[in-house]
Design a binder for this molecule. Structure first.
Ligand code: PLP
Length: 455
């Protein structure tokens, strides 16, 4: 049947992303996903799973939106492609830039220019070059150092993975490239266990300031961070963290960059995650929820004060064949239209986000759960070996997470295990009944995992 054939072709020819190829061989090939509707994905063998990850943190409006397929079809018939290199643009690209600007100025009136790319990684590569170029043009060519955080994820390209703070990624390919410093992450459960959240936030911010001073304040170009670290394990910072980071950036004249690739387009109950924390970044990167993953597209939002400097430098020699791809832009516009029309931001902020938070409290008493936390529709469950501590099974990170994740998947819930943190990020259209199902499956799976982990 097709299933056996496709799995054999997968093993013979296809190298999936971030995969252990030897393990895939043992498993007999990848799970082939064939269709999806709403919040449910189905594989070629007929197994359906509730998609607790919105694909890969991206299918914000859910699956099966024929409106988005029609937007792509219509645009492809009219003009499938044109570039933005020849002093040219297309109507969808221009309209999408204006639409994104409308959402960015809600928090920062100066943030109203948009540069397009195709992925979150490319967006961060754009940020990297643009910022360094900006400081050079501004007459401060020594300001080239980026400060990022340990366990940050900013993509898989050379600049993206270097900006990111995952040491196991750095170990592959000789990264990071020079000029990137990684400081403490505001991970209260893991690194500030039992501490007062504000005191912990102060210590994290102090670490940034110490690094600025050791690098030399006149050498630091920018600070970059995800409002809530996603792939790092849904690290929700104490509420006081971001305003203090912003104040530090202003104190030393450093640009503030928010990577909104996961947090953008409603995830935290605002158009952008930084709007939840009340800060005004100079630059933001976005992707994923911008098109709900229906076509690849990303964007970098840039403040006018930066664009004014870029104007003094002639061509900014940076761009991609698919920058402003008209079909992707048309789909993104239609996607934002759905988010607006269905009030998905407000619904996340006022209804489903609080509902998830309450539902997760059902896990608080579970012997394996060290903490269950969420913000908007982004959640995490910390698995510990001893209740009331943050100790991990076998005294090391990464043993329990995959066990619980695999049992959840077997039981019909697609989640991700990041070290020992089970993370979830469902489509923003999720219903209260589906949220209950997520938590029910999590609870049953934790019960099933406990004897396995304690054996
Ligand atoms: N930045 C963040 C915060 C991300 O979570 C991701 C992907 O997960 C990226 C950047 C990279 O995006 P992409 O996979 O589209 O290159």
């Amino acid at each position: 049947n097709d299933s056996a054939e496709l799995k054999a072709l997968d093993l013979a020819h296809h190298l999936p992303a971030q995969a252990d190829y030897a393990l895939l061989e043992q498993l007999g090939g990848s799970r082939i996903i064939t269709h999806a509707e709403g919040c449910v994905i189905t594989d070629i063998d007929g197994k359906s799973l509730l998609d607790g990850m919105a694909g890969l943190w991206c299918v914000n409006v859910g699956y099966g939106r024929s409106e988005l397929a029609e937007a792509a079809y219509k645009q492809m018939l009219e003009l499938p492609y044109y570039n933005t290199f020849f002093k040219t643009a297309t109507a969808p690209a221009v309209r999408l830039a204006a639409k994104i600007a409308e959402k960015m100025v809600l928090s920062n009136p100066d943030l109203k220019h948009v540069f397009f790319n195709s992925s979150g990684s490319e967006a961060n590569d754009t940020v990297f070059r643009l910022v360094r170029h900006y400081w050079t043009l501004k007459g401060e060519p020594d300001r080239q150092v980026f400060i990022s955080r340990r366990n940050a994820y900013h993509g898989s390209t050379v600049a993206g993975a270097s900006l990111g703070g995952m040491t196991f990624m750095h170990a592959q390919g000789g990264l990071p490239i020079p000029g990137i410093e990684h400081v403490r992450q505001p991970y209260l459960f893991g690194e500030g266990f039992g501490q007062d959240p504000d005191a912990f936030a102060d210590a994290c911010v102090q670490d940034i300031e110490d690094r600025i001073l050791s690098v030399g304040p006149d050498k630091v170009a920018a600070f970059i961070g995800e409002p809530v670290q996603g792939a790092g394990g849904v690290v929700i910072p104490p509420q006081s963290y971001w305003p203090k980071v912003e104040a530090l950036c202003r104190k030393y004249g450093i640009l503030l960059i928010c990577d909104e690739v996961i947090c953008g387009f409603g995830r935290l109950g605002q158009w952008f995650g930084h709007q939840h924390y009340g800060v005004k970044p100079d630059i933001i990167a976005m992707a994923k929820g911008l098109s709900s993953g229906y076509l690849p597209i990303s964007a970098v939002g840039v403040s006018s004060h930066i664009v004014e400097v870029l104007k003094t430098g002639g061509d900014f020699v940076h761009g991609y064949t698919y920058s402003g791809h008209p079909a992707a832009c048309a789909v993104a516009l239609a996607n934002i239209g759905i988010i607006e029309r269905e009030g998905l931001i407000e619904r996340t902020r006022e209804v489903t986000g609080p509902y998830l938070a309450t539902a997760l409290t059902r896990l608080d008493g579970h012997p394996l759960v060290g903490e269950a936390r969420s913000i908007g529709l982004l959640g995490a469950v910390e698995i510990v070996s001893e209740k009331g501590t943050n100790l991990r099974f076998k005294g090391a990170e990464g043993h329990a997470g995959p066990v619980v994740r695999d049992i959840c998947i077997k039981n019909g819930l697609m989640v991700r295990g990041i070290r020992d943190t089970i993370v979830m990020c469902p489509p923003l259209i999720i219903t209260e009944a589906e949220i209950d199902r997520i938590v029910d499956i999590l609870e049953a799976s934790l019960n099933e995992a406990e004897p396995v982990l304690r054996a």
